[in-house]
Structures are given as C-alpha cells and as structure tokens.
Design a protein around this ligand. Structure first.
Ligand code: ACM
Ligand code: ZN
Length: 548
C-alpha cells in the first residue's frame, strides 16, 4: 500500500515536472518509466487518413520557426521513428476530441475528426522542449485523452478603437488555436472607425476609417492628440484572414454594429443619422483642430458612446445596412452574423420625427421597442440569407428577435434570461472576461479601469447555477472581450490578454471537475517560457508595462 502511494506520488510529481499542458486535458497518464521519445529531423509523419494537411502544415511551420527543421510526410514508414496521424470515431458531439500517445514505438495521434488531430498537435507542441534550435526534441512517454467541454470558445477583438495590422490578426488567430479556442469575433465597426471595405459604399473607408485625432489619457481626458489615425481591411485581406483561420479550425464572426456605435458610418454618409445636418457632439476642448474647423459629422474622437445613431424611421438606412450585410455574407462562411445592438442612446430617436412616426405607425410602446423592431427587421433579412443573428444583451429589451443568439456582457443576467427563453447564449460578462480591465491592482499601465485578476477569470463558470439542466444547455460557451481604447499596439494587446486567456481556455475546454487553480498556477511558468520562446508579451506579477 505504502509502495503504491509512493508510486502515485512519484507519478504525480513526474506529471508536474514533465507535462504542463494548458488547457488541462481530460486525462494525462505518464508511463512512469521516465522514458522519452526523440523527435528529430528524420522523423517521418505517417498519414493514415485524408484532410490532415492543416495539422501537418501547422506543426511543420512551428518546428521550422523554433527548431529550424520540418518533417517529411509519407503513407508508409521508412524507419521506426514516426509521428502517426489517424482518425478514430469517438462520437463526441463537440468537434475536437483526440487521443495522443508517445512511447518507444513513436508518437500516435488519433482525432475524432480533423479538428481533433489539430488539437492533438497543439498538445504535442506543448510537450516539446522550450529551448529554440534543438534538433533532438525529447518528449516524455505519455498517454493523453482529451475533448472540449464547450462548443464555443472565443475571443473578441475590437479593431475599431485601434486598428491591428494583418500579420497581428494572424498571430492572434494562432494564439486562439494554440489555446484550443475556435471562435474569433471580429469587431469591425465602431464610432471611432469603420474597418472593412464595402465596395458599394466607398466612403465608409475613405472617410469612416480615419479620425483626425484621439483624446488623451483617461476620462475626463486631457485634450486631443491631433494625430490622424486609421486604417481598414480590404476584402482581399478579409478573405485571406478567414482562410487562415479556417486552416486552424477557427470561425471568424464579423460584427457590424447597429443601431448604435455608428458614428464612423454616419461621418461617411450623414443621411444615416436622424439629424444629418447636426454636427457630431464632441466638446471643443476634446476635439482635434481639424474637427473644430467643420460643422458636420465626424468620426468620433473620444471614447464612450456617441449619441448620433442610425435612424430607425428611415427605410433607406435599412436598405444601406442590408447592402452592407450582402457584402459581408460572402466574405464570412460563419453561420453567425453579429449586429451589435449594445449601448444605443435613445436621445435622437426621441426627438426624430421619422422615428416617432415609426413608433406611432407600428403601435410601439417606446424607443426600446423601436430598438427591438430595428434588430428584428435586420434579423428577418439575415435569416432570409440562411444566417443567424447575434446581438449583445440589449437586444432583449423591447422583445428578443425570434432566432437571435444573445451575448451576455452586462453580467450574466441577460444570458440567464435568454436561456430561459430558449435562446442560444454566449457568455461574455464584464465581471469575468473583460480583458481590457487591469490585471494588476495598482493599474500598472493605462487601462480603461476595472480590476480583473487572473484567478477571477480562472474561477469563472459559464453555466450559471440558477439555470435548470435543460436551460443550461443553451449556454454554448463563453468569450473574452478585448476592447482596445487603451491598447494602441499588438504588444499591448498581448500584455493585456496573457495569461488571462490561459485561464479562460481552461474554463472552456477542461472538464469542470479537472479545474484546479493551484495546479494551473504550477503549469503557468512553463507557459511563460513558451511565451518567451514566441516573443509574446504577457503580464506576470513582476511585470510592468510602459504606460505611454
Ligand atoms: C459592450 O461591452 N458594450 C458590449
Ligand atoms: Zn430617426
């Protein structure tokens, strides 16, 4: 008995010392022999099945980038040092289950499907030594069985406030893949910038993608930097990014905001506003010099919510948005189209004759019902194209569109309500997954505010206990949101999201019963070593970030 206990302890100790995978797999069994397989430049990849090019290419690119070699692929082994890729039915409802074994016979991977093989490769990458440039990569003998807990494992990136270059978007997608996440919610339009080329409306990017300056510092801000800022993604770049993501089994969900957060579009086409002739409301003290010279619409130059929103009483506005959606749909194979729906001030609608006429004509109760009408009308259109609408939880107000998916951000309340109404829900509550909040108590860099330490993200449980088992099934998963008011560069984005994305990946992938904060913390330093290898920025208790 004592001996068995000692054996168990040793096995656990060895596990800690040798296998440090994030997110924690369902089952990890070390052989107990301390044996190791050596992956080397002449190791062959043996492919027993089709459709595995994505996994092979990903692995070879990784080996090439960090160790300087790539492996050859064959269907019949030449020698006895092989990495075998295969399929085995595991009948999991969520794609991505896999089995990975490393022993003296070699490395054997079986995925339930292509995605499973891809995730096995991600685990294999985490078994490789950290030192760059090695040609004899020893990997411990181990047996791993694994499968995802949630179907939706996402990150949202706001490129409206700050534009991120295409190579970084690809890197960001790689980060998702390496954390076994599968949904990239791309927040493409904002008050402060419209970031996607729409051929029918060229002014959206000629005008709407550029602001003449940005407020300095934190609310109530210290003037305007007067630096023209902007950029956008061409449709060719979007196609390139979507294809890149798809090779990593990641869906790109586009978000086109309406009826609020539309200042940039309104600057391009003022007739989208209830009051086309009114100047955008920004106090002079916060406005750029260029902005002070005009009497018209402006791409928003300060943070916060603009009052100028799309007019809900003007049919041409709907026609415009439908035409935009017509160009969006062929670019994004995603089943979901996100239309925002959050933070739409009702001030303009209250004094707009066209909006008020719409309320009267349709017998609506108030402007909240007008917002509901707006979203429902867009939903009908999106559904008619075979797609499903997602909106932030404000779309519950005034009545939920019949088939809409709800993203619950103002806490979990909206998600709970939507699940009770039998709507699919994606949880993104500020309290647990807003990665623009500070990771450090003392705000070690310029951030929007709030405090969200790593442990709080780790402790998040996406299915609220108040839901019945039946209603809990409507929670598809969760997503962290990355709003970029105070993230002006890719390195700041990385610094803000890591290692909180590690914690979230474990929330979304690992079985609830396998979650263990102390164990996660023990694995984290190995992940930091990997981030060092990748030259990725991250927060750790000792790090400080340049605040300028
Ligand atoms: C949001 O944070 N306004 C969705
Ligand atoms: Zn109006």
């Amino acid at each position: 008995m004592k001996c068995l206990l000692f054996g168990l302890l040793l096995c656990c100790f060895t596990a800690v010392a040798q296998v440090n995978i994030i997110p924690q797999p369902v089952s990890v069994k070390l052989s107990g022999t301390n044996g190791k397989f050596t992956l080397r430049p002449d190791t062959q990849i043996i492919v027993e099945g089709s459709g595995l090019e994505n996994s092979i290419n990903f692995f070879n690119s990784y080996l090439k980038a960090y160790y300087g070699f790539a492996l050859e692929t064959a269907s019949v082994p030449k020698g006895n040092n092989n990495l075998t890729l295969n399929f085995e039915r595991m009948d999991d409802s969520i794609p991505g289950a896999y089995y990975l074994s490393v022993d003296k016979k070699g490395i054997y991977i079986a995925g339930d499907n292509e995605t499973g093989v891809f995730y096995a490769i991600q685990s294999l990458i985490q078994l490789l030594p950290m030192a760059a440039g090695g040609k004899q990569l020893s990997i411990p003998y181990v047996e791993i069985s694994d499968r995802p807990r949630f179907a939706y494992r996402g990150l949202m990136l706001d490129v409206g406030r700050h534009m991120m270059p295409v190579p970084f978007i690809k890197k960001f997608i790689d980060y998702l893949a390496m954390h076994k996440m599968n949904e990239f919610h791309w927040h493409l339009t904002e008050d402060q910038g419209w970031r996607i080329e729409i051929k029918k409306y060229p002014r959206l990017t000629e005008v709407g993608a550029w602001r003449d300056g940005t407020v300095i510092g934190k609310r109530p801000w210290k003037g305007n930097d007067n630096i023209r800022y902007g950029g956008f993604y061409t449709q060719d770049q979007v196609r390139e990014i979507v294809a890149y993501a798809s090779k990593r089994y990641i869906t790109v969900i586009p978000e086109i905001e309406m009826p609020g957060h539309g200042s940039a579009a309104i600057a391009a086409y003022p007739w989208l506003s209830c009051f086309p002739n009114e100047k955008t409301n920004i106090p002079d003290s916060l406005l750029s010099e260029e902005g002070r010279k005009t009497n018209g619409k402006l791409v928003y130059e300060k943070w916060g919510v603009a009052e100028d929103v799309f007019c809900a009483g003007n049919d041409s506005v709907f026609e415009f948005l439908q035409n935009v959606i017509d160009e969006i749909i062929p670019l994004f194979p995603s089943q979901y189209i996100h239309v925002g729906g959050d933070e739409c001030p009702k001030t303009n609608w209250k004094r707009c004759p066209q909006c008020q006429k719409r309320i009267r004509d349709l017998g609506l109760k108030d402007e909240h019902e007008l917002q509901s009408y707006f979203i429902q009308r867009m939903e009908k259109y999106i559904n008619s194209k075979g797609k499903t609408l997602i909106g932030w939880d404000e779309i519950l107000e005034g009545g939920l569109a019949p088939n809409a998916v709800v993203m619950s951000w103002r806490g979990e309340k909206g998600g709970i309500e939507a699940a009770k109404q039998k709507h699919t829900v994606i949880m993104t509550p500020t309290t647990y997954v807003y990665l623009d909040y500070s990771q450090a108590k003392h705000e070690d860099s310029l951030v929007i505010g709030g405090y969200l330490p790593l442990e709080k993200v780790y402790q998040y449980e996406p299915i609220p206990p108040v839901l019945s088992a039946d209603d809990g099934r409507y929670i598809l998963g969760a997503q962290a949101n990355i709003w970029t008011e105070y993230m002006t560069s890719p390195s700041k984005v990385e610094y803000m999201i890591f290692p909180r994305v590690d914690a979230l990946s474990e929330v979304l992938w690992s079985p609830k019963s396998a979650k263990n904060w102390m164990d996660f913390k023990k694995r984290l330093p190995y992940q930091f070593e990997r981030y060092n290898l990748w030259a990725t920025h991250y927060f750790s208790d000792s790090s400080e970030y340049d605040t300028r």
